[in-house]
Design a protein around this ligand. Structure first.
Ligand code: MG
Length: 274
């Protein structure tokens, strides 16, 4: 018998359309996963507050990973019994991989004199909405972070390199994203969180799992590269990222959620599920 399948997926530009955030084209495959009892684990830069809403819309009850791999949330009702010794928040156990946001804010405040940047924590929802084009209600949810602190970087690239070097001794990294520089624990990474959660499943079921990982961006490369089935979902805005060391990457024909649907359907067929 083939091993249990686990799906790990990025959201923006992958399961959600890059422009409209629509996931309707993926609904067929999402329903297949539900019917087959295959976990669909959202692995995203989004926050806990943002994911609570989205999971509800998707009817998703599986564990999820927030803030670029900074923490894994496991529903208390889940079969992953090992989680019991973890701290909880609401209906979830939490496994975190880096310092809390308050510590990051404290640390970075010492650098404000020497570098030119604005902290997320200094922005109001209205200011963030204006900067990102998000709706104010969405900006509100995005401000509720637990393990990462984004910066609006107004200084040079050289200054960013210098700050990076300085932060290293504190076990903190500054990762450049689309709009922000994200401060987070050195070991926070989508791939690390995926590997930890996959291991919890293996311990729980007493057997191997097969991970399929889907993403469209640079911050998905490590996750895709360490999955058993690596999938790059094609983006309408950029060329597919290279996945170093892998010659077996599936690159979808279609963009975003339509490509997602295509890849999951192919994986289910290959695995003998449908
Ligand atoms: Mg993405």
């Amino acid at each position: 018998m083939m091993s249990t399948l686990l799906v790990f997926t990025d959201l923006d530009g992958t399961l959600l359309d890059h422009f409209t955030y629509d996931y309707a084209p993926a609904e067929g495959a999402l329903n297949d996963l539900k019917t087959l009892g295959i976990p669909c684990i959202l692995n995203t830069s989004k926050t806990y507050a943002e994911l609570l809403e989205l999971r509800q819309a998707l009817g998703n009850h599986d564990p999820f990973i927030v803030e670029n791999g900074a923490a894994v949330y496991i529903p208390k009702h889940s079969s992953l019994g090992n989680a019991c010794s973890l701290p909880c928040q609401g209906d979830f156990y939490i496994k975190s991989f880096g310092p809390h946001r308050e510590e990051l804010i404290q640390l970075i405040s010492d650098f404000k004199q020497r570098y030119d940047f604005t902290c997320y924590s200094d922005l109001s929802a209205a200011q963030l909405a204006q900067f990102t084009g998000l709706e104010i209600a969405t900006a509100e949810l995005s401000l509720q972070r637990s393990f990462t602190e984004p910066l609006i970087w107004n200084d040079s690239n050289q200054a960013l390199h210098q700050l990076r070097d300085e932060l290293e001794q504190y076990g903190v990294k500054a990762q450049k994203g689309g709009r922000f520089v994200h401060l987070m624990g050195q070991h926070c990474d989508k791939a690390v969180a995926m590997a930890w959660l996959a291991e919890q499943y293996e311990l729980s079921i007493g057997g191997a799992v097969t991970c399929i990982a889907l993403g469209d961006g640079e911050n998905d490369v490590s996750m895709i590269g360490s999955a058993n089935i690596p999938v790059v979902v094609r983006s309408p805005t950029h060329v597919p990222p290279e996945i170093p060391g892998r010659t077996d990457v599936w690159i979808t024909d279609s963009y975003g959620p339509k490509g997602w649907n295509e890849a999951i359907t192919k994986a289910l067929v290959n695995h003998g599920y449908v």
